[in-house]
Design a protein around this ligand. Structure first.
Ligand code: ZN
Length: 173
């Protein structure tokens, strides 16, 4: 979950490939939870090779998906090492990671998100290509931090030290 203002700022400093995202973000089903669940359940489940994280996507497939799964494992390695998480990925394995092409419409945060957690439904929606020159899925660690309740979905962390630690581990707050 990212604020539009932050996205706009980032878009303005890295502009390639972001035009399609700027004006009318696509709907991924956040306005209709049942439909979102149906979509996620209708897609074939892929698993990352190391951590066996569940990944579904309509837009990412073939070799791109294959290399994305490897990158997700790498990001998860970095994530759990940074926060010293001991569950070996058990919690993350409960979630379906729904990969979408770009930013999408969401009910809050001014209507545009690059990542979103539906905790009850155990779905993480992740944009692939957001900040053109960055690694893919820039909001993945951010959403995992929500999933692990390390980072509140309110994005409010009054403790400066804690905030600094979270930022170090997830990069985009
Ligand atoms: Zn968030």
């Amino acid at each position: 979950m990212k604020y539009l203002s932050i996205l706009v700022l980032l878009f303005s400093i890295s502009c390639t490939g972001t035009q399609r995202a700027a004006i009318s973000p696509p709907e991924v089903g956040l306005s209709n939870t049942k439909r979102l669940q149906q979509t996620v359940n209708s897609l074939p489940v892929n698993k990352t090779p190391k951590h066996r994280l569940k990944v579904v996507s309509r837009e990412v497939s073939g070799n791109e998906l294959k290399s994305t799964l490897v990158k997700m494992d790498k990001q998860f390695d970095e994530f759990y090492r940074c926060f010293n998480i001991k569950d070996k990925g058990n919690l993350a394995r409960n979630f379906s990671h729904y990969l979408v092409d770009t930013v999408f419409k969401c009910p809050d945060h001014n209507g545009t998100c690059a990542g979103y957690i539906k905790r009850k439904e155990k779905i993480l929606i992740i944009s692939m290509d957001v900040f053109a020159k960055e690694s893919p899925m820039p909001l993945l660690k951010h959403e995992w931090a929500h999933a692990y309740r390390i980072y509140p979905t309110s994005h409010i962390v009054p403790d400066k030290k804690k905030r600094g630690k979270i930022k170090k581990c997830i990069k985009y707050m």
